[in-house]
Design a protein around this ligand. Sequence first.
Ligand SMILES: Cc1ncc(COP(=O)(O)O)c(C=O)c1O
Ligand SMILES: N[C@@H](CCCC[NH3+])C(=O)O
Length: 445
Amino acid sequence: MYLHGTSRINARGHLEIGGCDTVELAQRYGTPLYIMDEALIREKMRAFVDAFQDTGLAFRVAYASKAFSTLAMCRIVDEEGLMLDVVSEGELYTALSAGFPAERIYFHGNNKTPQELEFALDEGIYLFVVDNFDELMLLEHIAKEKEKRARIILRITPGVEAYTHKYIQTGKEDSKFGFGLDSGQALEGVRQALECTHLDLMGFHCHIGSQIFETEAFQLTIAKMGQFIKTCYERYGLVTRIFNTGGGFGIRYHKDDAPKEARDYVQAIAEAVRKYLHDLPVLPEIWIEPGRYIVGEAGTTLYTIGAIKEVPGIRKYVSIDGGMSDNLRPALYQAKYEAMLANRAQESATETVTIAGKACEEGDILIWDLKLPQVKQGDILAVNCTGAYNFSMANNYNRVRRPAVLFVKDGQAEVVVERETLQDVIARDRIPARLAPKKASVTVG
Ligand SMILES: Cc1ncc(COP(=O)(O)O)c(C=O)c1O
Ligand SMILES: N[C@@H](CCCC[NH3+])C(=O)O
């Protein structure tokens, strides 16, 4: 397994992250357990900022909080001075509750509700990324009622197909997101936005997908957007102040993945910006909004190995105490992960096994054909690169309790999200009086 950030094998032959022995963490906090390497998160954020600083462009780096959003994470984003992209009132509420300044937050989403728009407007967020004509009218109406002005940028679908899973391609013309560029919707969106008396059109956004390795897709997008931005200036005199090129930068989940460094992505973006936007009256501020690249490699999930079943001559299923409830990505995108035995990290692989989750679904397979030392019940499996879209997509299917999240750094482990309790599982259930039991039958929990 590829070791990221502060991960290493310690003298006891155990996987260590952030100076903490993961086997001890599993014993102390239980499994499944999400572990986040705080130093690596910060390093990734700084890599983008440093790379942009070297380009000399005016820029902003945002963190896409959908990848992993908790109060503690928002504190780190704030301390590192990044902007924050939220896509729901829940993410916005999390950020504000963490003391994240509203003026560094902006709001994404293809169906923001009136309640969400009002909440965000009242809190004074920096801007809204308007996704469609209906939202444009709705936001104008709400801002007018409140006698406020809202900054906006329009989300444009540039018609670029990035090489990634089709469920996470978002830049193609046939997408639920954004104003289509090729169809002319984008230009019409600009015309309508400029007529809105309570909206300030600051610029544009586009995001072509996620887990993208090639820089060419970003450059092609900038080329198309550069042309569009020029057309907007010529036709409407619109000076584009902000051009957000989105996120989507790929990471190394698996040995076959070949991502680039933050610097490579930024240099490619900067090169394309200079090439395709140089003849504008003002070069817009360039924004990016990575999620996965910042937190993905920083996350590791620990599981305890339970039942082992051999299907003679076919395969050996090794079951863990989690699965698609804490990591939906293999079931949803056929995502591939690497893993190791955290308690026997120096031992060489002698068998090929399939890691099965505990959900009541045949498709709950976390990793097919993984090479490990001879596995025993009670071993601790560490799956790496689980920092993005694992905790944030976790669910209670089968009424499974969602795991705790730890931040580890310099030998210290801190719980940033508690493990759900059995009481949490039923906390919002109500029994109508007519169905009330004579007495509760549970004695634990
Ligand atoms: C609009 C938008 N911005 C940013 C992101 C973050 O993407 P990633 O985590 O791949 O960087 C996404 C998710 O794909 C997105 O839809
Ligand atoms: N959740 C997805 C990516 C989509 C991100 C947001 N548009 C993943 O796990 O890869």
